[in-house]
Design a binder for this molecule. Structure first.
Ligand code: NG1
Ligand code: ZN
Length: 549
C-alpha cells in the first residue's frame, strides 16, 4: 500500500477547509463547539484515529460524534483508545496541534506525527465511528470517514449509538477473552442477560416496584432504551418520555443535566403518583440521575453521589458476605455533596478520594483499587474491577458454596467498566433497589443532602483562575482564596470553591451550607468576589438553578 500525504491536504482544501482560526483544545470531553465549525476538526480526527490505530498495532480506535448534554446546535468529538478508555493524555496534545494547524501546514503536521511516533504508515488500521442523533451528526461522520480514507485506513460505521456503546464496541473488538460481541445486538445481549439473571424472576420485592419513568433527553438514550424494552420483555416496565422522535430538541428542558442543574423534573413530565421512580439520561446516555416527587409535590433528586453510595454500599456488602479480601474505594470530585462524603466515611466506612473534574481523572484514580466506584455528582460514572478482583470473584463463584459470589459475578457483567453508561448504571441501580427491597423513600433516607448551588460567572479570561488540591483551593488570582475562606467561615457547614470550566467559557462557583438561604447567600458572595478579583464582565451572575435549591 502506498500512501501519499498530499491526499490529506487535497481533501482538506477541497472538502474540509478550516473555517476558523480560533485556537481549540482537546478538553475533558474532546473537542466541542458549534457544529458549523467542526467539519475540518472531524476530518482531522479521522486522520488522527487512523494514525493512532496504526501506532497501536492495528487495534480498533473509536471516534464518537456528540456534544453530550450541550444544546442542539453544538456538536463534538471524542476518541476512544483500544481498551475502551479515553484517549491517552499525551495524544490529546497531538490532537490539539493537529486541529489548530492551517490547511497548508496539515501535510507536514501529519508527517511529523508519523515520524515522532515511529508509525508504520502502511500497516493495517481500523476506526469505529458512532454518532448521536443531532441532525448535523451524519455530515460530521462523513468527514471523519473521509479522514480515515485519506490515509487508506479501514472504517466501520455504527450509525446512531450511545457513547458508552461505542466504548463497548471498541473494547470487545480488541479484547481476546469473551467480553461480548462488538455489535449492537452483542451489547444488548450482554447487559440484558446479566440483568435478567439478577432479577431471577423476582420482579418486585418489599417496597421495590417494577416500574420506571425514563427521560431520554430527546437523545440517543431514548432510542436505545426502546430497543432494550423490546428485548427485556417485562423484566422492567419502563415508560420512555422525551423520545426525540419527530418532536423535542436534544437536551432541551429535559435530560440529566437539566434535571440536576435546575433541580426540577423535565418540563414535559406527565402527572404521576408521588414517589414514582424516574430517571433522566443525557443526550449521549453516559450520565444518569434519578428523581421523584414526594407527597407534598416537592421535587427530590437522587444524583451521582446517591448512585455512588448505593453502589459502593451494595458492593461492600457483597465483598463481606463472600468473605473476599478486596480493597474497595470511592472516587468523587469537589462537586460531591458534603453530606455524601460524610456518609461514605462515617457510615459506609469506605475510603474516599477527591480528584479534579472530568471522568478521566476519576477513572484513573479508581484503577488504584481492586474495586473502584466513581461518579461525578452529575451522574457520570461507573465501577472498575481489577483483574485480581475479577478472578477472585470468579473463583468464589466456582467453589459453589457462596451464592452471593454468583450474584457478584453477574453484577460485574452488568457494568460497562469502560466509561459511565447511563443504561447500564440504571440497570445496576434497579437491581440493587430490587435486591434491597427499597423504594426511592428508602434510598433517599440514607442521608440528607446539604443545600447547594452553582453559579456561572462570565470573565474576560477564565484562565486567570488556577486551582490546586483537586480544584478545592484557588491559587490564582492572589488573594481570592483568602477572601473565599473568610466568606465561608461565616456559614454553618459552609463550603465553596471556584474553577474555570473545561467546556464553557465561564468560571464556575459551587457553594453549599446548612440552609437554602445561607447557600444562596454564600454562592452570591463568592460570585461577587470572582467578579471583583478575576475580571468579571457584565453585572450579572448566572444562576443555573436559582429558582430551586
Ligand atoms: P466543566 O465545564 O469543566 O465544569 C462539565 C461538567 C463535568 C464533565 C464535563 C464533560 C460539571 C460541574 N462539570 O465540565 O462534570 O461532565 O462537563 O462533559 O458538571
Ligand atoms: Zn454525555
Amino acid at each position: 500500500m502506498s500512501i501519499n500525504l498530499r491526499t490529506v491536504y487535497a481533501f482538506a482544501r477541497e472538502m474540509y477547509p478550516k473555517l476558523s482560526t480560533e485556537h481549540i483544545q482537546y478538553g475533558t470531553a474532546g473537542f466541542r463547539g458549534k457544529a458549523e465549525f467542526l467539519d475540518s476538526v472531524m476530518f482531522r480526527m479521522g486522520v488522527l484515529a487512523t494514525l493512532r490505530s496504526r501506532f497501536r498495532s492495528g487495534a480498533a480506535i473509536g471516534v464518537m460524534i456528540t456534544a453530550s448534554h450541550n444544546p442542539e446546535p453544538d456538536n463534538g468529538v471524542k476518541l476512544v483508545d483500544p481498551k475502551g478508555e479515553m484517549l491517552e493524555a499525551s495524544w490529546e496534545s497531538i490532537a490539539t496541534d493537529l486541529v489548530n494547524v492551517s490547511d497548508q501546514e496539515l501535510e507536514q503536521q501529519v508527517a511529523k506525527i508519523i515520524k515522532d511516533n515511529n508509525i508504520d504508515i502502511t500497516s493495517s488500521s481500523i476506526v469505529y465511528v458512532g454518532m448521536d442523533n443531532r441532525y448535523h451528526s451524519p455530515r460530521l461522520l462523513k468527514a471523519v470517514a473521509d479522514g480515515v480514507i485519506a490515509l487508506k485506513g479501514n472504517v466501520r460505521e455504527y450509525g446512531i449509538v450511545t457513547t458508552p456503546m461505542l466504548h463497548y464496541f471498541v473494547v470487545s473488538a480488541n479484547t481476546k477473552e469473551a467480553y461480548g460481541k462488538p455489535t449492537e445486538e452483542g451489547y444488548y445481549d450482554k447487559l440484558i442477560t446479566a440483568f435478567k439473571t439478577l432479577r431471577n424472576d423476582q420482579l418486585e420485592n418489599g417496597n421495590y416496584k417494577n416500574n420506571l419513568i425514563f427521560d431520554g433527553a430527546n437523545g440517543v438514550g431514548a432510542r436505545k432504551m426502546l430497543q432494550f424494552i423490546k428485548r427485556m420483555q417485562n423484566s422492567l416496565q419502563v415508560t420512555v418520555i422525551n423520545q426525540g422522535i419527530g418532536q423535542g430538541k436534544i437536551n432541551e428542558d429535559c435530560g440529566a443535566d437539566y434535571v440536576k442543574v435546575q433541580q426540577r423534573p423535565p418540563k414535559s413530565m406527565p402527572e404521576v403518583e408521588p414517589y414514582t421512580r424516574c430517571c433522566s439520561v443525557d443526550g449521549d446516555a453516559d450520565r444518569v440521575v434519578y428523581f421523584f416527587s414526594n407527597d407534598k409535590g416537592e421535587f427530590q433528586l437522587l444524583d451521582g453521589d446517591r448512585i455512588a453510595t448505593l453502589v459502593a454500599g451494595y458492593l461492600m456488602d457483597l465483598v463481606k458476605k463472600c468473605q473476599l479480601d478486596l480493597r474497595l474505594g470511592l472516587v468523587q470530585t469537589a462537586y460531591a455533596n458534603g453530606a455524601s462524603t460524610d456518609y461514605i466515611v462515617n457510615e459506609l466506612k469506605v475510603p474516599v478520594s477527591c480528584v479534579p473534574t472530568g471522568v478521566k481523572h476519576l477513572h484513573h484514580k479508581a484503577l488504584e483499587y481492586d474495586i473502584g466506584v466513581y461518579f461525578e455528582a452529575n451522574g457520570h460514572g461507573t465501577v472498575v474491577f481489577s483483574d485480581h478482583a475479577k478472578s477472585t470473584v470468579a473463583e468464589a463463584a466456582k467453589a459453589g458454596d457462596k451464592p452471593d459470589a454468583k450474584i457478584f459475578l453477574k453484577i460485574i457483567d452488568l457494568i460497562n467498566e469502560t466509561v459511565g453508561d447511563a443504561i447500564s448504571d440504571m440497570l445496576l441501580v434497579e437491581t440493587i433497589l430490587n435486591h434491597k427491597g427499597w423504594d426511592v423513600k428508602d434510598w433517599i433516607s440514607t442521608y440528607t443532602d446539604l443545600p447547594n448551588q452553582q453559579l456561572k460567572i462570565k470573565v474576560q479570561d477564565r484562565n486567570v483562575i488556577a486551582t490546586t488540591d483537586a480544584e478545592r483551593v484557588c491559587v490564582k488570582p492572589e488573594g481570592l482564596q483568602i477572601e473565599i475562606n473568610k466568606a465561608v467561615s461565616n456559614y454553618k457547614r459552609g463550603r465553596a470553591f471556584v474553577r474555570p470550566s473545561g467546556t464553557e467559557d465561564v468560571v464556575r462557583v459551587y457553594a453549599e451550607a446548612n440552609t437554602k438561604e445561607d447557600t444562596v447567600s454564600l454562592a452570591h458572595e463568592i460570585g461577587i468576589l470572582v467578579q471583583r478579583l478575576a475580571g468579571g464582565v457584565g453585572p450579572e451572575l448566572v444562576h443555573p438553578n436559582n429558582a430551586h435549591l
